[in-house]
Each structure stands twice: as C-alpha cells, then as structure tokens.
Design a protein around this ligand. Structure first.
Ligand SMILES: C[S@@+](CC[C@H](N)C(=O)[O-])C[C@H]1O[C@@H](n2cnc3c(N)ncnc32)[C@H](O)[C@@H]1O
Length: 338
C-alpha cells in the first residue's frame, strides 16, 4: 500500500526524523526504510510537512505491533484530524461511540474524539461538537511547516483547505503588504509572514484573534503580524477603535468568508493599493461557479474606483461543498492607472 513518506539522504536521516517526531508527524504504523540510497520516513499528514522536505508515495513494511482503529473495529472509519483531535461526522450515536473508543485505544497519537453536533453557523462560522473521548477541544495543528494552536469550540478551522492555503502562500513575496479580512487563527497570515510579508489579520471573533497572536509568537513572526479584532469594514475605513484605517494599503487581500464575501467587496476595493491581488472565495452552483463572484467584483470596482483594470488571473475549484455546489477561488488582479 502506498504511504506518504519523506524521502531524504541517509546522512540527513536523523535530523529529519527528529524534526518530524517533534511535530508528531511520523506514522508509526510503518517502518522507516532504506531503499536504493534513500531513507523513507512515513508521515501521518503530508500537508503538514515543511515544504523544504520531499514527500513521495512509497510502500514501507507495516509495523506489526501497531494497532489501528481499523484493527479494532474490523472496518476503516472515516475521520479528519486536527492536531491530536479526531473529528467524526457520524449520525449514528452508537457507531460514533464505537469509533471513538477504537481511535483512543489504538496506537495513533489521537487524544480527543469529537462528533459534529451542528453545522458551521453564525457570523463567527463556529461548529458545535459533542466530545466523545478526551477532555478538551483545544489542540495544536501543523500544516506546511507552520503550527496553529486553536480551540475547535471557539473558532473556525478546516484542514481541508491546507493545499489551497499553500497554493496562495507560495505566491507571496518578501516585503508585500497582505491583509486577511477574515483571518481566523491565521492559516493564511502565518505562512505569508513566514515568507517575509507584512501582514494584518482581522477577525470579529476575539478568540480567533487571541489564537492568531499566539500563533504569530509560536511561528516567530510576531514582528510582522498585526491582529485586529473588529468588523473588517470599520477597521479598513478607520472607524474602529481597535485599529486602522487601511485605505489603499494592501498588495494582497484574502477574502475567505464564502457565503457573504460579496458584502465586503467595497471594503476590499478601498483596501487595495495601486496593484493588488484579491483571493476571493465563494460557494456557487456547479453550473456557473465563477460568474456571480466575477460580476460582483467588477461591479464593486466600478462603483468605488473605476481607474482600476480588473483581470481574473485564476479560476479555481477548491472542493465540492454540497451536492451541485462548489467552493471556488478567484484570484483577481486590480491595477490602478494614475
Ligand atoms: C470561514 S472563516 C475563515 C477563517 C480563516 N481565514 C481560515 O481559513 O481558517 C471566516 C472568519 O471570518 C470572521 N468574520 C465574519 N464576519 C466578519 C467581519 N465582519 N469582520 C471580520 N471578521 C469576520 C469569522 O469570525 C471567521 O473567523
């Protein structure tokens, strides 16, 4: 069976193994193997591995002494991982309890099991969880070499967006001014700052902003990150006591509030500098996933400042959201003529 493995030269093996172990990323269900001059270290979350390391698919031998949830249950349960927390989406309470017991009894480094108890809801986009095993909803999640402390009971976070966030982060250049209008605990802001950007992250959720500040410290980018708790509209236009204004400030803007980002487009245009990239996330029907967002952006730009030229540089299907509905991203360049 193919398993994601970090492939390194044997000389770098011990340092790499230690680095991965410190991040709890080694998949102990498989052996570390040497093959054709390379060392293969199996990893649990390839998306959390530092981008400097190479992850490949390889077939290492299984470790016989490891017990997985599937060994205990006799079937492979479906769950997501955020740090040391396993997240279930299981409607049957008995089955959920059985899976939770197996996860905790297995040799996986998972301490807490939560089951979805509501949809993501409200302005803060937080979900309710039923705690099936373990005590807390707080954990530390690792993604592409960054670590994020967060409490799932208080903030929004989705590991499913890791690849998308990495795609955007790799576009960031040192010295840029980047503004995340709906920053959460910082999964865009922190990697942007690590690449040398000066960042502002804004969120209406004070718990998310507290974690964003903590995560800036954890990842050694505190000096480059300003975290502001308020409605982003007030922060940008300068009517917030928490910070701002940020008119004409940004080279890059992230708008990840898919159901209502359109309402904030006027603010995004006010925030944009002479040459700015907007990453606009939307959820739309599969028949026309990009049209509504594109039209809304063009309208907002014309209304606020028609000196901008608008170019859609990328139309990307991020993931399926619901039957016939897609979560998409538009990368839109605004360039203002003098
Ligand atoms: C979908 S979450 C995205 C968080 C983060 N960017 C991520 O990818 O994990 C949207 C965030 O926007 C915040 N939010 C909602 N309305 C807001 C507003 N008017 N001003 C600032 N933040 C807002 C919510 O509290 C929530 O944390």
């Amino acid at each position: 069976m193919d398993v994601p493995c970090v492939r390194v030269e044997p000389a770098a093996g011990e340092a790499t193994r230690t680095q991965l172990a410190e991040s709890d990323l080694i998949d102990d269900s498989y052996e570390i193997s040497v093959d054709s001059g390379w060392l293969y270290i199996p990893v649990t979350e390839p998306s959390a591995v530092s981008p400097e390391l190479t992850v490949v698919d390889y077939q290492p031998p299984e470790r016989s002494q490891q017990t997985t949830p599937a060994d205990i249950l006799g079937f492979s349960p479906s769950y997501e991982r955020i740090g040391a927390v396993a997240l279930l989406e299981e409607a049957d309470a008995d089955r959920a309890a059985e899976i939770a017991r197996a996860i905790v009894e297995s040799d996986l480094p998972l301490e807490t099991v939560l089951n979805q108890a509501s949809k993501v809801k409200g302005e803060k986009r937080v979900r309710e969880w039923e705690v099936l095993a373990g005590s807390g909803t707080e954990t530390v999640h690792r993604e592409y070499g960054c670590s994020f402390a967060l409490d799932l009971a208080d903030v929004y976070f989705s590991p499913r967006l890791a690849t998308e966030r990495h795609r955007v982060a790799t576009q960031v250049e040192a010295g840029e001014q980047a503004f995340d209008m709906f920053a959460g605990v910082g999964p865009f802001v922190i990697p942007f700052a690590k690449r040398g950007a000066t960042c502002v992250g804004c969120d209406i959720n004070d718990r998310a902003i507290a974690y964003l500040r903590e995560n800036a410290r954890r990842n050694d980018v505190e000096a480059q990150v300003t975290a502001i708790c308020d409605d982003v509209r007030a922060v940008v236009d300068g009517t917030s006591a928490a910070g701002g204004p940020y008119i004409d400030w940004a080279d890059r803007i992230v708008m990840n509030l898919p159901h209502s980002a359109e309402e904030f487009l006027e603010t995004a245009v006010a925030l944009a500098g002479d040459r700015a990239m907007i990453h606009y996330y939307d959820i739309q029907h599969e028949d026309d996933p990009f049209g509504p967002g594109e039209r809304a952006i063009r309208e907002a730009v014309t209304a606020r400042d028609d000196r901008y030229t608008v170019t859609v540089e990328n139309r990307r299907r991020v993931r399926s959201y619901a039957p016939h509905e897609l979560n998409v991203c538009l990368d839109v360049r605004l360039e203002r003529s003098p």
